[in-house]
Design a protein around this ligand. Structure first.
Ligand code: HEM
Length: 459
């Protein structure tokens, strides 16, 4: 290929670098390798293809030029597409169904819409507080409980579907099927296609898991259609009733199902990781935790019930989230590809459609863009400091028109959940947790346990 100007680690003929990539930690490997290439760009040989990986912020700035680069649906997106079809996340940009769903759904994710989801977000955050009150003094599995919170929140706000995760010790069947199928999809990242095709048992299990998820979603849609539900103003009613302002067409049943699946997945996986890492960072940075408590005690003294307006007044907690997303953004890579043959950084030729990954954890700590890159410093996010940032060194929500549609949703939900947790509890880390990252489609801290004590009398 003509990628040879791009530096590369030594590989083995035929399998290239595939054997070096650990199945349980490709993102950690991509980040570690990025550290070995000061050029901020390198390539890996995989069976039958090459992957270019970029972490230099100036090269990323070029990749973010939407007139030159698009989001390709190749591995791992192409394998996730077996689950989420032509839903927003895994649709190709030139598929008419992407544009239709994007235009129909965008208004539902404006900052203004967040206010209408707030009562339900609060109801679920209260359920988290209730569980932690009951479990006071015990080891709490943070990721498991934050996943309950985020799954229940997107279920209720989006589709009026109650997973009721706080009522059960068990993992919901939807989540089990999702975890297993994502594990399989990500495992295929480095498999040659003929190997994937031979794994009959895994293929069958994968298909069964996809069926579990699809049938749950089809039931949700059926119930809504049967019950009328015209009074609901949620994502589902929008998808069932709205027409695309550009074409005048509604969404097809299959596309609606794919988008409900997409929102159930994208709407909870990442936000639960963000909340878990945020608690981890707060426990490691007692001076920041103290600032956060001071803010909560000022805005939400005693058992004051938070309103949407109070949550929007928070200042410390949003900066905790911004900085957590810099150091531990749950999505470790985004993919881009050029529409035409091009040259990156004036010296690296890239053929048309060559997949390039932005290594987000390496970009977010790149010394060209960040002072004291590994230090957790929420003051980076004071307005006067933000204006000094490199414009393309922070991409936790992706880029351009394919960036995260749920950004405001996630940040509103996370602010509220963190605020309620701090209002109600003193938190400790009894086991002196050493971070261990678990990678699925996203990354999360594995086995992170905390204990809580109530800060105020029970009502
Ligand atoms: C896309 C991150 C929460 C729905 C994306 C992308 C990123 C991202 C990086 C771009 C992916 C790519 O380029 O392939 C995050 C993070 C979140 C979060 C870090 C939480 C902290 C949410 C929530 C929802 C959501 C709460 C829905 C309620 C989506 C959808 C897309 C997307 C539908 C695809 C958009 C499109 O291409 O049209 N997200 N996300 N995300 N996200 Fe999020």
């Amino acid at each position: 290929s003509n990628l040879k100007t791009i530096p590369a680690p030594r590989g083995i003929p035929i399998v290239g670098n595939a054997l070096q990539i650990p199945s349980d930690g490709p993102a950690a490997f991509f980040e570690e390798m990025a550290g070995q290439f000061p050029e901020g760009i390198y390539r890996l040989a995989l069976p039958g293809r090459e992957l270019v990986l970029v972490s230099d912020p100036d090269l990323v700035a070029e990749l973010c030029d939407e007139s030159r680069f698009y989001k390709p649906i190749e591995k791992p997106h192409s394998d996730v597409r077996a689950i989420a079809g032509d839903g927003l996340f895994t649709a190709r940009g030139d598929e008419p169904n992407w544009g239709k769903a994007h235009r129909i759904l965008m208004p539902a994710f404006s900052q203004r819409s967040m206010k209408s989801y707030f009562p339900e977000m609060l109801e679920v955050a209260d359920a988290l507080v209730g569980k932690w009150r009951r479990d006071e003094g015990k080891d709490l599995d943070v990721v498991a409980d934050m996943t309950r919170l985020t799954l229940d929140t997107i279920g209720i706000t989006g589709f009026d579907y109650r997973f009721d995760s706080f009522g059960s010790e068990e993992v919901h069947p939807f989540l089990q099927a999702l975890a297993d199928s994502l594990h399989e999809a990500m495992g295929r990242l480095k498999q040659p296609p003929f190997v994937t095709a031979m794994r009959r048992r895994q293929i069958r299990t994968f298909e069964e898991n996809v069926r579990v998820m699809h049938s749950l979603v089809e039931e949700v849609i059926r119930e809504r259609r049967a019950g009328g539900g015209d009074d609901r103003r949620d994502l589902l009613s929008l998808m069932l009733n709205a027409v695309d302002p550009e074409t005048g067409e509604p969404l097809s049943d299959e596309n609606i199902r794919n988008n409900v699946v997409t929102f159930l997945i994208a709407g909870h996986e990442t936000t639960s990781g963000l909340l878990s890492y945020a608690l981890y960072q707060l426990l490691r940075n007692p001076h920041v935790l103290a600032q956060a408590y001071a803010e909560i005690d000022r805005l939400l003294p005693g058992d004051t019930v938070p309103t949407y307006e109070t949550i929007m007044k928070l200042n410390v907690i949003p900066r905790v989230l911004d900085e957590t997303l810099r150091l531990w953004g749950p999505i470790p890579a985004i993919a881009l590809a050029p529409y035409e043959d091009t040259v990156l950084g004036g010296r690296y030729p890239l053929p048309k459609d060559q997949q390039v990954m932005v290594v987000i954890p390496a970009l977010h700590k790149h010394p060209k863009a960040w002072d004291r890159p590994t230090e957790f410093d929420i003051d980076r996010w004071l307005p006067e400091n933000i204006s000094q940032h490199h414009p393309h060194a922070y991409k936790p929500f992706g880029n351009g028109e394919r960036a995260c549609i749920g950004r405001q949703f996630a940040l509103t939900e996370a602010r509220l959940a963190l605020a309620l947790v701090l209002q109600n509890f003193a938190i400790t880390d009894p086991n002196d947790y050493q971070i261990k990252v678990k990678e699925t489609l996203t990354r999360k801290p594995e086995n992170f346990m905390v204990r809580v004590r109530s800060r105020q009398p029970y009502e």
